[in-house]
Ligand binder design. Structure first.
Ligand code: HPA
Length: 254
């Protein structure tokens, strides 16, 4: 097999469908890759997939590593270092998240326009890798052109998309009602336990990023509601065809 993907995708909780559309695929379970951490959370299969999406070479991470699993930030972001070494220039990420913007509904897709990093350890702490500067710029963590392309495709396909700021937190607890309210006041529209570390390392490596959050639950409103991992997976599954349609088309056109 020869493949030289320029595009990579990381699929979040309940959002693996796009990876199953990859043809001519070669799959590498994480446990077979030297130095790769192994994913433990339910709903994450844990493999690297190389193949074609349409006529584009692609690399997919099915299942990602979360800080709450006990990995250090170097492990959480190790796959991004591998992507850089393999020549990836654009990264598509998805995740499940809790919506705090009162305009959001469960099942909405939120195109990530920016993020707030609330993880207790920075993924670039320590020795600076020469893929980027010691003090990297983050003024356009999420590529504006890719956001515009997503909007265009969503409009064509009549898919409701919201824009918003994603807050990355360590978990594994879902938020208390007071925490949801605080995060919203701080400027976030959605909150989740992933994405931010990977995006920071991708940007430090010059990789362009497009991100989508699927709003799987809502927090911080008048009546506090219970959240469970099962509900998150269910809502992600229900929204996934719309997310997949947008990403598939974006990868085709970009
Ligand atoms: N909070 C944090 N992470 C999440 C949530 C949430 O409400 N929903 C899905 N992942």
């Amino acid at each position: 097999m020869t493949t030289s993907p320029k595009t990579a995708i990381i699929l979040g909780t309940g959002l693996g469908q796009l990876a199953s559309e990859i043809t001519d695929s070669h799959e590498f379970p994480y446990q077979d890759i030297p130095n790769f951490p192994v994913s433990t959370v339910e709903g994450h299969a844990g493999k690297l997939i190389f193949g074609k999406l349409g006529d584009k070479d692609i690399m997919a991470m099915e299942g990602r590593f979360h800080f709450y699993e006990g990995y250090g930030m170097k492990e959480v972001t190790f796959p991004i270092r591998v992507m850089y070494e393999l020549g990836i220039t654009t990264l598509f990420v998805s995740n499940a998240s809790g919506g705090m913007n009162p305009e959001f509904r469960i099942g909405d897709l939120m195109i990530i326009t920016d993020h707030i990093n609330m993880f207790p350890e920075h993924p670039l702490r320590g020795h600076n890798f020469p893929t980027g500067p010691r003090f990297p710029d983050m003024h356009e963590a999420y590529d504006h052109k890719l956001v515009a392309l997503a909007d265009e495709i969503a409009k064509e396909k009549n898919i409701r998309v919201m824009h918003g700021v994603y807050m990355g937190v360590q978990g594994p607890t879902f938020e208390t009602p007071a925490e949801y309210r605080m995060y919203h006041k701080m400027g976030a529209d959605a909150v989740g336990m992933s994405t931010v570390p990977e995006v920071i390392v991708a940007r430090h490596s010059g990789i362009k990023v497009f991100g989508v959050s699927v709003i799987t639950d809502l927090g911080g409103f008048d009546v506090p509601v219970k959240v469970s991992h099962e509900e998150v997976q269910e809502a992600a599954n229900a929204a996934q065809p719309r997310m997949t349609e947008i990403m598939r088309e974006m990868i085709k056109r970009s």
